[in-house]
Design a protein around this ligand. Sequence first.
Ligand code: HEC
Length: 131
Amino acid sequence: MKSTIISIAAAVFAFAVPAAAQDAGEGEYLSACASCHGVSAMGDGPMAEFMSVKTPGLTGLSAANDGDFPMLDVIHMIDGRSGIGGHGREMPIWGARFKADNIEYAGVYGAEVIARGRVLALAEYIESIQK
Ligand code: HEC
């Protein structure tokens, strides 16, 4: 079920509207992530100094993983609902927030698909800014 929804969202975002998905991911990044991770994703957003752990930069994830972008880890890290990051995690649980945003008009299942699409668009944006 989980992977089916990810595949559907992946198909929609990756093949149907690549340019739009890219823009969606960037817009989402600037509004939800840049406050901590920084506009250029160097881990230097204005909120970073208030975190009890260091806010990481996000442009070296491929370099730290032998040149391969760790797509699944990034999706799980952003989504947050699989428990990655453990207790004491400072990153907001975006999957839950994005879902809550849309439950009222899209229903539980529709909101889940939208949440996964937003997480995927973000992960693809982060992949596109690897150095
Ligand atoms: C309130 C500050 C804050 C915001 C907002 C935030 N993050 Fe984070 N993020 C962190 C911190 C701190 C960590 C380090 C791990 C932890 O504490 O959970 C982190 C870790 C990460 C990681 C793992 C990086 C690695 O080196 O493995 C990714 C990917 C990530 N964030 C993406 C995002 C995305 C995408 C958004 C926007 C949807 C976002 N973050 C919003 C604070 C934030």
